[in-house]
Design a protein around this ligand. Sequence first.
Ligand code: Y43
Ligand code: MG
Length: 191
Amino acid sequence: MHKVVFVTGNEGKFAEVRDILKPFGIEVIQDKNGYPELQEDELEPIAAYGAQYAANKLKMPAMVDDSGIFIKALNGFPGPYSRFVEDKLGNSKVLKLMEGETDRTAYFKTVIGYCEPGKEPLVFPGVVEGKIAYEERGTGGFGYDPIFEYQGVTFGELGDAEKNKVSHRRRAIDSFLEWFKDKLENPESKN
Ligand SMILES: O=c1nc[nH]c2c1ncn2[C@H]1C[C@H](O)[C@@H](COP(=O)(O)OP(=O)(O)OP(=O)(O)O)O1
Ligand SMILES: [Mg+2]
């Protein structure tokens, strides 16, 4: 059984990553001590910096997940500021910003950052495209899930297992796994 430390304070993210990696024989251990989150326009540098910081602090391989929802009619807002906007506005006020907007196109993106002590960080992005609903629907998931529609159903209406089959986070973890499995099979090869 391989173990990976996942630095996050978000229980929803932790549960999803744990469930996605379990069938691959990877046990995920949550570290809630956080990491400095850079203010950047993109998620990649935030995840890279966080993973490198955590790996060097913990002196073991570390994973982080930086995510956001990017709404086309709002020029990609809130994007990397999704946490702040969830805290300050919440889904109902985001829906207010979207009043009168007929283009509901949006995407969720996760960037998994992974780093080993003394090494360069790696980033693994995953995206799922969907639409901003006209009202909150469903009580599953967390965060923006009730307002994000994927093929007509919100992530809040999908069960956890169904969300984990198609989500941005699933796609990012799949990309991480492609690299990680190769590394397990060829332990001598560098990064
Ligand atoms: O699958 C998702 N479904 C719905 N909402 C989501 C999802 N994934 C992230 N989100 C929300 C949570 C937070 O408001 C923001 C990401 O902010 P982000 O800094 O990456 O996460 P966070 O502060 O909650 O946890 P932490 O930094 O400790 O990992 O987007
Ligand atoms: Mg955060």
